[in-house]
Ligand binder design. Structure first.
Ligand code: NAP
Length: 301
């Protein structure tokens, strides 16, 4: 039965491909449904300086190509198509892909990741990686002695701002309402940091500059007044959108993150989850890879 696998992994970012490395080395027949845009968020990134093992950093696409080759080297079968549906009621689980093929899986690992929620304002998309970022732990060192804005009012925005202060000359948090939703302790740390300024009731409506970020237009939501502010970096920290919509029947929280009940198990027996599709907290390539490893150790049990 050629299309029956011990494990089918859905997703091909650091979580999915690390899981594939561990399943294949555990002699489990493995299929990775990689998606038509494979490689997760790192495939869209330039220099990655915080993945251990690369003293000079590594380009995101090179890192993901190495992940993929390593999984394939150990025997993972990888198809570059999108997951469509799963019938969790049948044993083994039946999975359909968007090329109308059907596969069967004794166990499933969902590792479809999450996408950054961007502002969607003019000038943002084309400057991602040129002053616009969503990851201070990744990109803060590029803003040494520069001025940066962080957008958002949650814990992520507080954390991004605090990380940035280690490098930037000044950090301004711009938040659309008059109060943060972040935890009190994070707010306290931010308010006590002399490098951080706060702008409330305001939104960025446009990002400007020749190639890179040079200034932003900020709208005051109370007066509708628009002003310009020179700035070199814009860190967007307004949340993530987990890629979980296609997993009907799998429990998700109110933001769509897949719920984990026991280590990496979902509410359905034999269906596990790894990486940013369940992790709203850490969201790092190295933690996603760690979750991929953990899921397989649970599968093996
Ligand atoms: P979050 O709590 O959902 O906060 C998102 C923030 O972005 C909110 O302040 C929201 O404004 C703002 N926002 C959303 N859409 C926007 C838009 N289009 N334009 C402008 N602002 C917008 O997300 P998060 O901060 O990523 O945190 C996610 C979860 O991870 C939370 O449970 C958090 O506690 C946790 N986390 C914890 C830590 C930590 O403890 N160290 C660190 C990071 C994350 P409104 O407030 O007006 O809705």
């Amino acid at each position: 039965m050629e299309n029956v696998f011990d494990v089918i992994i859905i997703g091909s970012g650091p979580a999915g491909l690390t899981a594939a490395l561990y399943t294949t080395r555990a002699n489990l027949k493995t299929l990775v449904i990689a998606g038509r845009a494979w490689g997760g968020q790192l495939i869209l990134t330039t220099l990655v300086e915080n993945y251990p093992g690369f003293p000079e950093g590594i380009q995101g696409p090179d890192l993901m190509t190495a992940f993929r080759k390593q999984a394939e080297h150990h025997g993972a079968e990888i198809v570059d198509v999108d997951f469509k549906t799963a019938d969790y009621g049948s044993t083994p689980v039946k999975i359909r892909t968007d090329d109308d093929k059907e596969y069967s899986a004794r166990t499933v690992i969902i590792a479809t990741g999450a996408d950054t929620k961007w502002l969607g304002v003019p000038g943002e998309k084309e400057r991602i990686g040129r002053g616009v970022s969503s990851c201070a732990p990744c990109d803060a060192p590029f803003f040494r002695n520069k001025n940066a804005i962080v957008v958002g009012g949650g814990d992520s925005a507080m954390e991004e701002a605090l990380v940035l202060t280690k490098f930037a000359s000044s950090v301004t948090i711009v938040h659309r309402r008059g109060e943060f939703r972040a935890s009190q302790i994070m707010q306290k740390r931010v308010k006590e940091n002399p490098k951080i300024k706060l702008i409330f009731n305001s939104e960025i409506v446009e990002i400007l500059g020749e190639n890179k970020v040079e200034k932003v237009k900020i709208k005051n939501n109370l007066t509708n007044e628009i002003s310009e502010m020179p700035i070199e970096g814009v860190f967007v920290a307004i949340g993530h959108i987990p890629n979980s919509a296609l997993f009907q029947g799998i429990d998700r929280d109110e933001k769509g993150f897949i719920k984990v009940y026991n280590h990496t198990k979902t509410n359905i027996d034999g269906v596990y989850v790894a990486g940013d599709v369940h992790d709203a907290e850490y969201k790092q390539a190295v933690t996603a890879a760690g979750f991929g490893c953990m899921a397989v150790l649970e599968v093996e049990k």
